[in-house]
Ligand binder design. Structure first.
Ligand SMILES: *[C@@H]1O[C@H](CO)[C@@H](O)[C@H](O)[C@H]1NC(C)=O
Ligand SMILES: *[C@@H]1O[C@H](CO)[C@@H](O)[C@H](O)[C@H]1NC(C)=O
Ligand SMILES: *[C@@H]1O[C@H](CO)[C@@H](O)[C@H](O)[C@H]1NC(C)=O
Ligand SMILES: *[C@@H]1O[C@H](CO)[C@@H](O)[C@H](O)[C@H]1NC(C)=O
Length: 893
């Protein structure tokens, strides 16, 4: 189509349109034979949304060429454009199309819901007659889910709408199923709403699959939608300790536990700073478990923390207070020095959280000082001043009127929940000199032996010492006087040339707190004088004992020893024998004298200077040889009573002193013991009940055994020599109460451990022998077998040895002997069926004719010894049965 013709058509059209429209109003409609026809036929066309439709309008007239002004109008009476006109714009889904034969089609390419309504096809016939035909398009909207999420999460305890917004035309009806069961009508829990199923006060039972079922009866459409409903639970944090204490430097886990559905996630913040701790240094937060770990807890970590648990249903918070415990640290504990008798404060400062308690202890004592006054020493008071703000405690130990024993090392102890710290400090108590460590004030000197005057001044600080004469004069320096040390120890050494030096000297000790003097007397040391008294206590055939009294002494060198010289009276002193005793008690004994002789004795006490002159001479003769003296009981009347209690109920250890033998050796002691009865305070022997035991040799103790319990005994001990028995020394004893041992009179004690061991060893040896014999007989091994074998092998040749080994099982040992084998009857039975030979051995020994020792043995022969071997032995007399089986190469045969 060229441009001219299109202009021409446009003109024509405008004209065509203009003129008739002005006229149509006046025109009346023609008869019914002329009409329009719309295909598809039917006044109402129901069509689904989105479908495409074509409505064809065709004039039913005699002369279709007279049809003009054919058009479609929409429900709003607007003329619908044709496709060509619309081509410029965005293509609508609704347009008309002219077709050959005066047909006008109305097309919907994508039917929309709002396009529903009455559409009219109009036309003019023969310029006058108006034709018109309408059709209604009824849009059908199939069921669609506008707002019906497949997963929905109500929150426990709250109301909830399970959403299911359905769209459809004609409008649908909706009903609900839970887990396949129809929810009938509305009730207390369910309310079926237009677009939702309302749940009131959701419980965990409301979990499930809910089916939202929509149906349109007119179209018969039915659609279901399964909605999974899972009830969510808001997190609830478990109540835990709201305060947690951690020692500084430790590592800790703080747990925040919460329940909820779905499982909540956790976060931790520090309340003051709101710092998220999952990224903080030293902190770690497990989002899933709620555990917050703190490494190396710092005192700045002290404070409040908030744990938040959150899930889809909500959040929950909890605050936890973290108290960081700081172990005490002692900041200050100063050594102190103070003079005696003053008042003093020992101060110890310690930091810690919570503020520590401060205690003190003196190192010499395990006990700590208690707060307040001390129960045993009210001079000492302990106070604590705690400062909660900075965590510091000041401990003050106040000592009033300090004494010297307060000196020493003290321990300050800081203690709180986090631990205990210690620090030592020294208290020095100063005091003026004293001479408590200085002892002898009188010092002796004699030729070659200088006087050593040693002065020890005890003081703090150390004293200096000066020596003077008693009158205060300074000591002239001379070679006879030497001073060693000037404090706190000083010795004045005096070598006395003459009497001037035997004098009184003064030690003067001084320190900042005072001066003190001590005098020393230097005396001449002399030999002691003679003994005051010498007395013979006892004279026997061979011994003499003296009672010696020392001379009185005052400010003199002490007597250390006493010497005695003694000789036979008819000899000179140059032949004398010496004996020196150290000074002990007053009794001194000489032994090994000759019987029936005259002796001279003389004495001299001695000190450091020397022996006195001999003196106190006495003469006395020894007794003739005779029975020994009475043995003195060693433990007689140890408790001052009439008798001695034995610690045992059945035995007693008698002990005595070796008596002088009176010239001939003591051969033995006889110990006699007799039960006693005590009747009306008198002792009475039980007649014929005494027993005598003998201690051979020189032992002076004896264990009496097998005494009766709770019984009085009189024990007498006599010594014997060739002259006879001595008079008895005796003691009365009482055995203690207790169980009498069973009346089994062993030779020794019950059974000694040595005896038990001996019995055990003997039993073992017997067992080993028995085993060896059995081995010899049954297995042909063992020591006995080996010995028999050897003794037999030598004379007998190889064949016999083999046979002999068969007999080798015999028992007892002498049977192993080759000759003895002849006594036995040996029967070898050849079993022709099996080809095995069995040797049956029946032996009658000569030992017991009546009850012969019967022994049987089956021996499978040597031939098949490689396989299995059975041995059975029966000893009739001994009831000993042995059966042995073994497999393998039998090397013994
Ligand atoms: C305190 O005395 C102790 C023991 O006498 C000593 O070890 C320590 O060094 C002294 N301390 C001070 C600060 O003088
Ligand atoms: C003097 O006596 C003191 C104490 O007894 C001793 O330590 C010192 O060595 C003695 N001096 C001499 C020279 O003997
Ligand atoms: C005090 O004397 C003693 C004993 O001689 C000595 O060990 C100590 O070091 C002295 N102290 C002083 C401070 O001189
Ligand atoms: C005994 O003592 C004197 C002087 O004390 C001495 O000469 C003599 O050798 C001593 N005799 C014997 C045997 O010890």
């Amino acid at each position: 189509m060229n441009a001219e013709s299109s202009v021409c058509i446009s003109f024509l059209c405008i004209y065509v349109l203009r003129v008739p429209t002005s006229r149509t109003q006046q025109l009346s409609y023609s008869n019914a034979s002329e009409s329009l026809e719309i295909l598809p036929s039917g006044d109402i066309q129901s069509r689904s949304i989105g479908s495409s439709i074509i409505l064809t309008c065709r004039p039913k007239v005699e002369n279709p060429s007279l049809i003009s002004h054919m058009e479609w109008v929409d429900p709003q009476n607007r003329v619908i454009d044709d496709a060509i006109k619309q081509s410029g714009n965005a293509k609508s889904t609704m347009y008309t199309e002219s077709r050959a034969g005066n047909i006008l089609a109305l097309l919907f390419t994508n039917l929309q819901e709002e396009q529903g309504g009455k559409y009219t096809c109009r036309a003019t016939y023969a310029n006058t007659e108006k034709l018109e035909k309408s059709v209604t398009i009824d849009t059908i909207v199939s069921i669609a889910w506008d707002d019906a999420p497949l997963n929905q999460y109500p929150i426990l305890g709250e109301d909830f709408n399970i959403k299911c917004k359905v769209r459809a035309r004609p409008s649908p009806s909706v009903d609900w199923l839970k887990n396949g069961d129809l929810i009938t009508g509305s009730n207390d829990h369910y309310i079926i709403d237009t677009y939702a199923l309302k749940l009131k006060k959701v419980t965990e039972d409301d979990d499930g699959i809910y089916t939202c079922r929509a149906s349109v009866p007119t179209t018969g459409e039915l659609k279901e939608r399964n909605i999974r409903v899972e009830v969510h639970i808001k997190p609830v944090i478990e109540e835990l300790d709201s305060t947690i204490e951690i020692v500084e430097g430790e590592t800790t886990d703080i747990v925040c536990k919460a329940r909820g559905k779905p499982p909540p996630k956790f976060t931790w913040v520090k309340s003051i700073t709101h710092q998220d701790l999952s990224t903080a240094d030293r902190f770690a937060v497990n989002k899933d478990t709620g555990v917050m770990s703190i490494r190396n807890v710092n005192r700045e970590d002290d404070g409040e923390y908030q744990c938040t648990a959150a899930n889809a249903a909500g959040t929950a918070n909890m605050n936890i207070r973290l108290n960081v415990i700081v172990k005490p640290k002692i900041m200050e504990f100063i050594n102190k020095t103070i003079p005696v008798s003053r008042d003093l404060e020992i101060i110890c400062k310690a930091f810690g959280r919570p503020p520590p308690e401060i205690l003190f202890r003196k190192h010499t004592s395990e006990k700590r000082f208690v707060l307040g006054g001390q129960p045993n020493d009210d001079r000492i008071i302990l106070e604590n001043h705690q400062d909660d703000r900075n965590g510091e405690t000041v401990g003050i130990l106040t000592i009033r009127n300090v004494i010297r024993t307060d000196d020493g090392l003290y321990e300050c102890i800081g203690k709180n929940k986090g631990g205990t710290s210690y620090k030592n400090g020294h208290l020095t108590v100063e005091f003026p000199p004293s001479f408590e460590a200085t002892d002898n004030r009188t010092v002796f000197a004699w030729d070659k032996h200088p006087g050593n005057l040693t002065c020890i001044a005890t003081s703090i600080p150390n004293a200096t010492i000066e020596w003077r004469l008693f009158g205060g004069q300074r000591l002239e320096s001379s070679p006879q006087i030497e001073i060693r040390g000037n404090g706190p120890i000083s010795s004045l050494i005096v070598y006395p040339m003459d009497n001037r030096f035997f004098n009184t000297y003064k030690c003067i000790a001084s320190n900042i707190h005072g001066t003190k003097e001590r005098s020393f007397v230097l005396k001449e040391g002399r030999r002691p004088g003679q003994l005051s008294q010498v007395r013979i206590v006892q004279m026997t055939a061979t011994t003499v004992s003296f009672d010696l009294v020392l001379p009185p002494q005052q400010d003199e060198l002490p007597i250390r020893r006493i010497s005695v010289q003694y000789k036979l009276s008819d000899q000179g002193w140059d032949k004398a024998l010496n004996r020196t005793w150290t000074v002990a008690n007053s009794t001194y004994i000489l032994e090994r004298l000759e019987p029936e002789r005259n002796y001279d004795f003389r004495f001299a006490p001695g000190n450091e200077v020397g022996l006195a002159n001999w003196g106190n001479q006495i003469t006395e003769s020894t007794q003739p040889k005779s029975r020994p003296e009475i043995p003195k009981m060693r433990n007689q009347n140890a408790h001052g009573g009439e008798y001695e209690m034995s610690p045992f109920s059945n035995q007693y250890e008698v002990a005595w002193l070796l008596p002088p033998d009176n010239g001939e050796p003591i051969t033995h002691f006889e110990i006699t013991y007799c039960p006693l009865k005590r009747i009306a305070g008198e002792w009475e022997e039980v007649p014929n009940s005494c027993k005598t035991e003998i201690e051979k040799g020189q032992r002076t103790v004896y264990w009496l055994k097998f005494l009766s319990a709770d019984t009085y005994y009189k024990i007498e001990v006599r010594a014997r020599n060739v002259f006879g028995l001595s008079e008895p020394g005796f003691i009365r004893i009482k055995t203690s109460r207790g169980q009498d041992p069973p009346v089994v009179h062993h030779q020794g004690t019950l059974i000694t451990s040595g005896a038990i061991i001996g019995i055990v060893v003997a039993v073992l040896v017997v067992i080993i022998i028995v085993i060896d014999v059995i081995c010899c007989c049954a297995q042909k091994t063992g020591i006995i077998f080996y010995m028999c074998e050897r003794s037999r092998r030598k004379p007998v040749d190889e064949e016999d040895a083999k046979l002999g080994s068969l007999y080798g099982w015999r028992f007892p040992l002498p049977y192993c002997d080759q000759k003895m084998a002849n006594v036995a009857g040996v029967t070898a039975i050849q079993d022709s069926d099996s080809g095995k030979s069995t040797i049956r051995l029946v032996k009658h020994t000569a030992i017991d004719e009546k009850e012969p020792l019967r022994e049987e043995k089956k021996i499978t022969p040597i031939i098949d010894s490689g396989l299995r071997r059975e041995t059975s032995i029966t000893f009739d007399g001994k009831r000993s049965i042995s059966k042995t089986g073994f497999i393998g190469k039998d090397s013994a045969v």
